[in-house]
Ligand binder design. Structure first.
Ligand SMILES: [Fe+2]
Length: 243
């Protein structure tokens, strides 16, 4: 079974398209999306249009869960906007704009996505989460101690836990027998090159699996310019994160 796992697209349609070109070469049976679809990028509606096309094409084999910024967009309030603008201005102002421009049908859709999902493929138990099994916004970064990661996934029954959120790829094979893989980010990658990252996962008929993080090239300078055209306060700071 060939599986592609993508996360943290953040309205970056250009990065998503480049990743999908790479995914298509691998001819996946299933695609998992681990959340953060529309906030803090340049094209939330184009991104959701594309994801809806894929849902149509893959049907039940296209799985989506909700990320923490999806919840922020879907459940935005004056208090959240005020706090976000104070704590992290470019994110707060972007959130305000994203809520205004994202199609209501997409906001309703991401509001109703599950926070996590358990799936069994060829007897392999897989859990999809955004941050960690215990919290949607918990960070499974590279370089954590094994004990720390064991605690984060203690409540999970799965053998393989797939997560995103930090925008940094990571992987842990734990003494408990669990494997934890942070798939990285498509749209706001925080590896040194800022290029999109996703995971290819192959599960054989006995439930044995292997995986590979893929780094894909794309035109990030074009995204920088697209974001500047949105012209909300602090948007240059947001744009600079892409280059
Ligand atoms: Fe994210």
């Amino acid at each position: 079974m060939n599986i592609a796992v993508i996360s943290d697209i953040h309205a970056n349609l250009s990065a998503l398209n480049s990743v999908l070109d790479d995914i298509n070469e691998f001819n996946p049976d299933i695609i998992f999306c681990l959340g953060d679809y529309v906030m803090a990028g340049y094209n939330p509606n184009g991104t959701m249009d594309k994801l809806f096309d894929l849902r149509q094409k893959f049907g039940d084999n296209f799985k989506m869960i909700q990320g923490n910024t999806d919840k922020m967009v879907a459940c935005c309030s004056d208090e959240l906007l005020k706090n976000s603008k104070e704590a992290y201005p470019c994110m707060g102002y972007s959130l305000e704009e994203d809520v205004k421009i994202t199609d209501k049908k997409y906001i309703e859709f991401i509001k109703n996505l599950p926070e996590k999902m358990n799936i069994e493929i060829c007897n392999l138990k897989i859990e999809l989460v955004h941050g960690s099994p215990r919290r949607q916004n918990e960070n499974i970064y590279p370089g954590l101690s094994e004990n720390t990661v064991e605690e984060m996934v203690a409540d999970s029954e799965a053998e393989l836990i797939l997560c995103g959120h930090t925008h940094k790829p990571a992987g842990y094979s734990l003494s408990s027998g669990k494997t934890v893989i942070n798939v990285g980010s498509v749209g706001r990658s925080m590896i040194e090159s800022k290029m999109p990252v996703y995971l290819r996962l192959v599960v054989d008929k006995n439930g044995q699996f292997y995986s590979e993080h893929r780094i894909v090239d794309y035109d990030n300078k074009q995204v920088f310019n697209h974001i500047l055209t949105r012209d909300f306060p602090h948007c240059r700071e947001l744009a600079e994160m892409f280059v």
